[in-house]
Write a protein that binds this ligand. Structure first.
Ligand SMILES: [Ca+2]
Ligand SMILES: [Ca+2]
Length: 414
């Protein structure tokens, strides 16, 4: 009997959201004015129905799996855009919520992000929106709602969720896209502008029926930096959309793409003559760990090479730089033309070898001299580090053999 009463009371009582924060009360005339699972109470406020909402909730924020590719490390970690850039996806935030039974809901009240906009005297962003990326693919698709129009001030954008778009399922990750339209007031003449968003662990406010969520401590989520393309005086040579991540050691030793590049002749026709790829690592060189390197044209911009332009398959001695020489006439650009390139390498690392690959400004040689915007383009570290007892672990040559030679000593004979 007692159980029945408890169950009954749970069904008829629901919790008014923000009851003690008058300004935030969500008013309604029927449940249709409220978010999924909420009732419209006698006081005409939206209230969580206890049978549909979790009581407690724990939130962990992360960079969404389909957030814009950060494109390597260091200064490579930026994405060039043209002015103006409308509906720019600043980042995909993954909100992982755990608590309660599967199928229950929780409420997100708001989320915020810090914005870096440099130089703020010339660049402005507006029309901030937060879009529920229901299928998590990183794009705003038809039917995916704008859950908030952001309120921007003091380098912070605050997204207050609409009262009809505040309910989300527990025990899963819900993804949200932060978007904005950004523009530069004057012609862009350098490659130094920056637009980026950062989200921290406390930058979300969510709740279940027993009150506020708990929030896991996380490192700040740094979303990609966007930079406006210079409008003249430059040749653009930058990381492309499909810039690869470094593989784990099990996937390392094969022929694989190591860079995806977007190149563009901005204000005059041009041609690339040579691209130098440089290594910076431990015990790795071209000829030792990196067995060959090749440059391809990626005609359809899908991250996969289509036409071989240049390759080096033999290194008579170990090199740190491989200069890929491109036959005259095979990588030409009309004014304003854009092409995509793929650099692939055959890797054969042993335990302990690690390197990253980069292309600096001086490693791109053009027929018509221009400043090169974009470099340094730099990969993640390709690190081959395995458990030596694992039979798949490629050991340093000599280390997997009997040490029969170690007993030898040099004897000098007069
Ligand atoms: Ca989507
Ligand atoms: Ca392709």
């Amino acid at each position: 009997m007692k159980k029945t009463i408890l169950l009954f009371s749970a069904l008829i009582f629901s919790l008014v959201v923000f009851a003690d924060e008058a300004a935030d009360v969500w008013t309604c005339s029927s449940a249709a004015d409220c978010s999924e699972g909420m009732d419209c109470s006698n006081e005409n406020t939206c209230a969580m129905n206890k049978s549909k909402f979790t009581d407690y909730i724990a939130i962990t924020l992360g960079i969404g799996e389909n957030s814009p590719n950060t494109r390597g490390t260091g200064t490579a970690k930026r994405i060039f855009i043209t002015n103006p850039a409308n509906d720019l996806v600043l980042g995909q935030v993954g909100v992982s919520a755990s608590g309660g039974q599967d199928g229950k809901l929780y409420i997100i009240k708001d989320m915020s992000a810090d914005m870096t906009i440099y130089p703020s005297s010339k660049i402005s962003c507006e029309n901030f929106r937060l879009i529920y990326d229901k299928n998590g693919n990183g794009n705003a698709d038809p039917g995916e709602p704008t859950v908030s129009e952001g309120d921007f001030g003091n380098n912070t954008v605050k997204f207050q969720f609409k009262q009809k778009e505040a309910s989300y399922p527990v025990n899963t990750t819900s993804n949200f896209l932060m978007t904005a339209s950004c523009s530069a007031s004057d012609a862009v003449t350098d490659e130094n502008s920056k637009i980026s968003a950062t989200v921290r662990s406390t930058y979300i406010s969510a709740l279940g029926t027993s009150g506020n969520a708990t929030y896991a401590q996380i490192q700040p989520l740094n979303f990609p930096t966007y930079t406006f393309e210079p409008e003249s005086g430059y040749f653009l040579f930058t990381a492309g959309k499909f810039f690869p991540k470094a593989p784990g050691w099990m996937e390392m030793n094969k022929t694989r793409e190591i860079m995806h590049i977007r190149a563009k002749a901005i204000d005059s026709a041009n041609e690339i003559k040579t691209i130098g790829v440089v290594l910076n690592g431990t015990a790795v060189s071209f000829g030792n760990g990196v067995e060959s390197i090749a440059l391809y044209l990626d005609s359809n911009n899908d991250g996969k090479g289509d036409k071989l332009l240049s390759e080096i398959t033999e290194f008579p001695e170990p090199f740190q730089t491989a200069n890929l020489v491109i036959p005259a006439g095979s990588l030409t650009f009309a004014q304003g033309e854009e092409k995509h390139l793929v650099i692939s390498a055959t890797l054969n690392f042993y335990n302990g070898q690690t390197t990253y690959f980069y292309i600096g400004k001086t490693n791109v040689v053009l027929t018509t001299n221009k400043q090169v915007a974009g470099p340094t383009i730099q990969t993640d570290s390709f690190t081959y580090k395995c458990d030596e007892t694992d039979s798949n672990c490629n050991l340093k040559p000599g280390e997997n053999e009997d040490t029969e030679s170690s007993g030898c000593s040099l004897i000098f004979v007069d």
